[in-house]
Design a protein around this ligand. Sequence first.
Ligand code: ASP
Ligand code: MG
Length: 346
Amino acid sequence: MCPERQEVSLAAGDHLAPPKANALFPRDVTAATSTRCPERGIAFKFGGSSLLGADCILHAAALVRDAAAASPVTVVVSAMKGVTDTLLEIAGKLARNDFAKAREAAEHLVVLHLDVLNALQLPEHDHAQVRHELKLLARDLLHETPKRGPVAVDPALFDRLASFGERFSARLFAAALNKLGIVAVPVASSDFVLTCDTFQDAKPHLRQTRERGREVLVPLLESGIVPVVTGFIGATLDGRITTLGRNSSDFSGALIAHVVDAEELVIWTDVDGIFTASPHEIAGAKLLHELSYDEAHALAASGAKVLHPHVLPLAAEHAMTVWVRNTFKPHLRGTRIGPAKDGGAA
Ligand code: ASP
Ligand code: MG
């Protein structure tokens, strides 16, 4: 049985800054599941600010655990906030032959992720296993940032470097789920999101991505395993890592939701939903509870930063409901974008 969603009426401008990474978040997440139990499963996409530190990751993992009791869940993760920026800065440093600074920044990122692992406080055996996997990723990252040049810096290198953020965070998120008693595995989207070779802005081949993605993801879901998939990343047909462009993990979320035929995609972020204007800038900005695809599209066209532009067309084509919800306030309902319900938008 699906727990009933708690309906909460929101005051206009009801927007608070997310708590600090080490704050304790409410663990009562019964409202986190959707209004019904989608039989085809749901996809949860977590943005970088929802993954900032062990407490945030465990909190997000608890949202997944509670939803997984009602329906299969596929998770899509961004890099931890700030990590992609740093990775691209590293590529920039390599381009300027600033090898020492690039290496220093890469080593710093390795320590950052190992610190999060320590803070997750996993059982000893799991800790050792995940540490080993993070070290393998670290070795690859450091291999890309040698102490001395020359390094062939091209757009492909930018994408290879940028991909590490999501690869680290997927590993940590799966570990957090395991800690909460959920069987979960990290999945590299580069194993199935097949793209053109326009590095840094690669376009996925939908049909091939869906076919290969189903081969990877469906057996996991059928075995009750939660796949924790890297957002942002794809690969060319000949196996070179690409990215779908900055801030594209919402799009990855929609793509992966489509691959697994999810009925709903929940974009977990650090605001309460979609507003009439930026709540950070305009005091009277109102939260929108219910939007049709067209209304959301019109909002995006008017300049509102709603979602990555490729999310809504894909969701509309497959009648997938998209929720935008606040990870830090899971008792709030958020914004629903989807086929009109009960006579249309609220
Ligand atoms: N981590 C990537 C970026 O920062 C993708 C995303 O967060 O959506 O651009
Ligand atoms: Mg991001």
